[in-house]
Structures are given as structure tokens and as C-alpha cells.
Design a protein. Structure first.
Length: 471
């Protein structure tokens, strides 16, 4: 029942499904005037105190490793449908479908923080970015380019800031950059004014029914655009082109980073031609001036330039300043330390075989690779092919997928393998023993972290800690 509170607005009972970054932002956004039922798949130590206005429910048994949204005991959801409004974590969607089916009474009350953002944001100047790899880097580049050009800009979504923490501050002329994951886009009825579609390859097949379902989810970034909107896409990515194919936008801009020595076929957006980054026919900077590692980051740079070009009126000076000074985000090919002539890099954010391939191609030096982890149902054939031909001195295999990766490597004649190590200190000490001066040690596992680690951040932090303790 909704009643009128002391401050003159309706007091609701609000259900929060999932107590992560977004769930906690819901609690802050609506405030203490309302009543709450908070439900979560596992216990946490940061729930608000239980009171006559706040109830908390969770599964007491330890949850199996993996993404949320896959538990079998759904009793923790009992009573959530009695709430007046329900805000759910996007990865809880599968649980909710299993429990409530197509109950219209439930779904008419249920939404995500992204729904609230698009329904209440005062500005249409929203740039959304999706793709399998590079979302966070591209969003950060766009954000910094717009800031450097003098725009007021907010950044959030899957990059770590909940949109509810700033949506009330956004004014009509401000800009918002959103990192949008497949989970956030699944069954989502809104699209941003500018949609940026990066490289797309199979991912999260343990959560999606199929790659087709994964693509269908991501297509919502441009499915609901209108003719006056803009969509930017990776012209060399089949998956990116599939996303763009459903957009009603009349402005479709392709960016392109061809193989070295190949002339770009698309020059309407940003591209790399020989040793120079261009937008259309305007040079931005030399490739040698870019501070980000890896050719794949040139794709992220070209996507960002294509997104901001018209907004900044082609402000090459601001764009170049960002491109030549930004060295990347944590856990994305992050240089940690050089020790006795060996360089250590943390690419823990990469959780697919394709991201490991990209990391491998970023270094010509001999490499010691740390591979393996939680099994998301993705094939490792292409990754192991790349290991064999990419000057890898030694492979350290970890996690549930280690046996499968080891079999594929040995089938290809690669036997310089260590497995069975249970903690990062042992992993780094083993890497130290097998390296030579001039080598690179690369944590780019091609797998999710679950099982050995809580998440990719903990895995990367443990890697950095162990590397910095080398003596």
C-alpha cells in the first residue's frame, strides 16, 4: 500500500534485487522515507541495518562460482512481488524469470536503474558504448575528450558508477557516457542518441542461451534509436555490423583499423592509415604518439574519435591531447613492474579467449602466459593456436579450464607448461623461475576469475601484489 509521507510524497515499499553497486544506489536514490525489502543471492557485510523499514533476505548457503542469476534456491525472492516498485540487478533477470515467469503484475512493477535513468534524465545527449572488449577504455577516452574540449560530462553504467548517483545532476546541455553490457541491454527498450558498437565476439555463453541471444541483447543499444540518432561501428567486426543492422538511425559511421599496410575501406569515421590516425581526411596524430598498448586499442581510439568529432567540432587539439597522454585503465594491459629485466603486465580484465589473443599480439618479446580460470563455455582452439605461434616461452595454467587448455596445447606440440598452482604467489614465483631478461610475464587468462578469485579485480590485485613483492 502506498501512503503519503511527512515530506508530502508517496511512501512506497521498494524491492531491491541484488545488493551490488546498483542496488545500493537505489537505496540512496529513493532515500530513507520509503520501506525496503532487499534480497540477495548471498550474505554481505554491507547490508543496511534491519529495522521496521528495512528487511533483508539472502541465501545462507555458499553460492557456486560464477555470475549471479544462476542459483537454484529461489526462496530468497519470496515476497518481493508484494512491493510497490521493484528494482533488479540485471544479472538477476534469469532468476526472476524462473520464479515469476511472465507474471504481468510482477513485471509491470519491475525495472532496472537504466530504466529509471532513461525515463528521468533531462538530457538527450547520451553516448552509449557496448562491445565484447574495450568498453571501459572507449568510454573513458570519450569522457576525457569531451572534458578536454570544455563539455560538462558524466560517466557511468557498467564502468563502476551507478547512473542513479548522478542522474539528478544532469542538465539538458550536459553529456553522459554510458558503458552498457549485454546484461544491461537485454530486453531493454531504450537506446542512446549516439550508440557506439565495438568489436563483438562470443561471450557469456554460460548465461545466454546462444551467441545469437548475446547479439540480440546487444542490439538494443541501437534497436530503439530514431532517424536523427547516430550509430558508430567497427567496420571490420561482423558482430558490430550485426548490431548496427537493426538501427533506424540515418547516420551510420564506420571506423576501421586494418592490418598494417592495408588501406582502410571506410574513411567516413576515424581510421588508421599507415602510421597516422585520421578522421575522414583530417590527421589526428601519429600511431607512434599513442600511449595505449596494443593495436586493438587503436580501435578503441578510433571509436572514441568518431563519437566526439561532431560534438567537439573536430577539436583535434583536445582529441590529440587525450590520445597521446592516456595510458589505460587498471587491469587492462597494465604495466606493473620491471624486475631483473622482465616486464610484468596485468590484463586481468580480459576474460575471453579473444582478449587473450589480443594481449598476445600486443607484445613481440618472449612471453610467459598465465592462462585459465572459470569455464564460461567458450572454445580455446584459436587461443591455443595463437600461443603456439606467438613466441610464448612458458604457459602457467590455472583454474577449472587448465586441463582443457593443456590438452589443446599438447595436441599442438607445446609442452612448456606448469599447472596445479593454487595461489598467485606460487604462480609469480614459478613465472620468475622460467623467465629470462627481455621477457614479458602476462596475466591474460582468457577466462573469468570465479573459483580461485572473487572477480577479475581481485585476481589482478593479487597479481600486482605478488609481482611487487618479488625480491
Amino acid at each position: 500500500m502506498i501512503i503519503v509521507g511527512s515530506r508530502g510524497f508517496n511512501v512506497m515499499k521498494i524491492g531491491i534485487v541484488g545488493w551490488g553497486i546498483e542496488g545500493q544506489s537505489v537505496y540512496r536514490y529513493f532515500g530513507p522515507e520509503h520501506d525496503y525489502l532487499i534480497v540477495n543471492e548471498h550474505p554481505r557485510d554491507d547490508f543496511p541495518p534491519v529495522s521496521d523499514k528495512v528487511q533483508v533476505r539472502f541465501i545462507k548457503d555458499e553460492r557456486a562460482p560464477g555470475l549471479t542469476g544462476g542459483v537454484r534456491d529461489l526462496r530468497y525472492l519470496n515476497g518481493i512481488d508484494d512491493c510497490d516498485k521493484i528494482i533488479y540487478s540485471v544479472t538477476s533477470y534469469n532468476n526472476l524469470v524462473s520464479f515469476f515467469g511472465d507474471d504481468k503484475n510482477f513485471w509491470n512493477k519491475a525495472q532496472t536503474v537504466q530504466h529509471i535513468f532513461f525515463e528521468t534524465c533531462k538530457s538527450r545527449n547520451v553516448i552509449g558504448v557496448t562491445g565484447t572488449k574495450g568498453k571501459g577504455t572507449t568510454c573513458t577516452l570519450i569522457h576525457r575528450m569531451l572534458q578536454t574540449a570544455g563539455k560538462k560530462v558524466f560517466i557511468g553504467g557498467n564502468i563502476g558508477n551507478s547512473v542513479l548517483d548522478f542522474v539528478r545532476d544532469v542538465q539538458p546541455d550536459d553529456w553522459v557516457v554510458l558503458e552498457l553490457s549485454n546484461f544491461q541491454l537485454r530486453h531493454f527498450p531504450y537506446s542512446p542518441h549516439i550508440a557506439v558498437c565495438l568489436m563483438v565476439v562470443p561471450e557469456h555463453l554460460e548465461w545466454h542461451e546462444s551467441y545469437k541471444d548475446y547479439i540480440k541483447a546487444k542490439q538494443n543499444i541501437c534497436q530503439h534509436q530514431v532517424s536523427g540518432d547516430t550509430v558508430i561501428f567497427n567496420a571490420l567486426s561482423d558482430g558490430s555490423r550485426q548490431l548496427v543492422s537493426v538501427s533506424p538511425a540515418t547516420t551510420k559511421i564506420g571506423y576501421e583499423v586494418p592490418a598494417p599496410g592495408v588501406t582502410p575501406g571506410h574513411k567516413d569515421g576515424a581510421c588508421v592509415d599507415n602510421d597516422t590516425i585520421y578522421f575522414a581526411n583530417t590527421p589526428v596524430c601519429k600511431v607512434s604518439e599513442v600511449t595505449l598498448l596494443g593495436r586493438f586499442n587503436l580501435e578503441n581510439i578510433c571509436a572514441a574519435i568518431s563519437a566526439v568529432w561532431d560534438i567537439t567540432n573536430g577539436d583535434v587539439r583536445s582529441i590529440k591531447k587525450v590520445v597521446t597522454n592516456f595510458s589505460g585503465l587498471a587491469h587492462r594491459l597494465e604495466f606493473v613492474r620491471e624486475f631483473k629485466g622482465v616486464k610484468y603486465y596485468d590484463d586481468s580484465f580480459g576474460t575471453t579467449p579473444e582478449t587473450a589473443i589480443v594481449a598476445l599480439k600486443s607484445f613481440d618479446q618472449p612471453k610467459v602466459m598465465i592462462l585459465g580460470g572459470y569455464d564460461k563455455g567458450l572454445p580455446f582452439d584459436a587461443m591455443t593456436d595463437e600461443v603456439v605461434k606467438s613466441n610464448v616461452r612458458h604457459a602457467i595454467l590455472i583454474g577449472d579450464t587448465a586441463p582443457a587448455i593443456e590438452t589443446l596445447l599438447k595436441d599442438r606440440g607445446f609442452t612448456a607448461i606448469t599447472d596445479g598452482l593454487k595461489d598467485m604467489t606460487a604462480i609469480i614465483n614459478n613465472a620468475k623461475r622460467v623467465t629470462q631478461p627481455g621477457d614479458v610475464v602476462l596475466l591474460s587468462t582468457g577466462c573469468a576469475s570465479f573459483g580461485m578469485f572473487k572477480d577479475y579485480q581481485e585476481r589482478g590485485d593479487e597479481f600486482k601484489k605478488a609481482v611487487l613483492e618479488l625480491a
